[in-house]
Design a protein around this ligand. Structure first.
Ligand SMILES: N[C@@H](CCC(=O)N[C@@H](CS)C(=O)NCC(=O)O)C(=O)O
Length: 255
């Protein structure tokens, strides 16, 4: 089996897929896209992934897109080494429901502080015409870009995103309490844990760890996922936003 992952080091969606490939010990080649340069919008990439986003997996010529779909796919085609999908259909349904929640809540919310804090200087440097053309070229994120504008999301949008993230930590806490932990659905790590991981790592990288300081179950979950053997190769040097954008480190320190 041969795998090629089109992805970006700091992309949260890519990090989910790298984690599963690493955990399953599936060797993969990486094609790294520069998202700020617009590599994801080039015709040759759009032919693979018409959404114009990463990640995309090429498995022996079969193209699979969308990180949640890709990690479920990997569990289906390579279940032997390490499996992240419960056998029990009820638990499996719970896992999928959590994955939908994660895609709708934290995975979406985390884009607001990410774009406002890290990527804005790149857009602020464009003139209005360039920015509109850039937004227009994005199949999936045109409206998101227009809502952000060259000046960034207003404070009320930042506050709403932070509240949605806070509700995610509370939901994680409730799930761990219900299941008995240490993982969201009990004693075994599942795709739901892997799906939420990058949003939590991103918030920690942005200096927001205090937001779940009063939820020790979430803190223990975070320690456990960072100690998981697939974590370190997934977050290879350069995978954190503060590593690519050193200006963020100063802002994070000032909070
Ligand atoms: N639902 C998609 C979302 C993918 C996505 O938003 N990818 C981001 C990086 S995490 C991206 O490629 N952004 C590029 C852009 O906004 O132009 C998935 O999970 O694969």
């Amino acid at each position: 089996m041969s795998f090629t992952l089109y992805n970006a080091a700091q992309s949260t969606c890519s990090q989910r897929v790298r984690f599963v490939l690493n955990a399953k010990k599936l060797a993969f080649a990486e094609v790294k896209l520069d998202l700020l340069a617009g590599d994801q919008l080039k015709p040759e990439y759009l032919a693979l992934n018409p959404n114009g986003v990463v990640p995309t997996l090429d498995h022996d010529g079969a193209i699979v897109i969308d990180s949640s779909v890709i990690i479920e796919y990997l569990d289906e085609i390579a279940p032997a080494s390490k499996n992240f999908t419960p056998r029990d259909p009820v638990l499996r349904a719970k896992m999928r429901a959590l994955m939908r929640f994660i895609d709708e809540m934290p995975a979406a919310a985390v884009r607001v502080p990410t774009f406002n804090l890290a990527f804005l200087p790149r857009f602020a440097a464009m003139n209005e015409e360039e920015f509109l053309a850039f937004a227009e070229s994005k199949p999936l994120r045109k409206e998101f870009m227009l809502a952000m504008g060259r000046k960034g999301f207003p404070q009320k949008d930042m506050d709403a995103a932070m509240q949605r993230l806070r509700r995610t930590y509370e939901r994680m806490d409730a799930e761990i309490e219900k299941s008995g932990g240490p993982w969201l659905l009990g004693g075994d790590i599942t795709l739901a844990d892997i799906a939420v991981m990058p949003a939590i790592v991103r918030m920690s990288d942005l200096g927001q760890e205090t937001a779940w300081q009063d939820l020790p179950r979430v803190q223990r979950w975070y320690d456990a996922i960072r100690a998981y053997p697939a974590f370190a190769p997934t977050y290879y040097p350069g995978s954190l936003l503060t590593e690519r954008f050193p200006h963020l480190r100063e802002r994070v320190k000032q909070r």
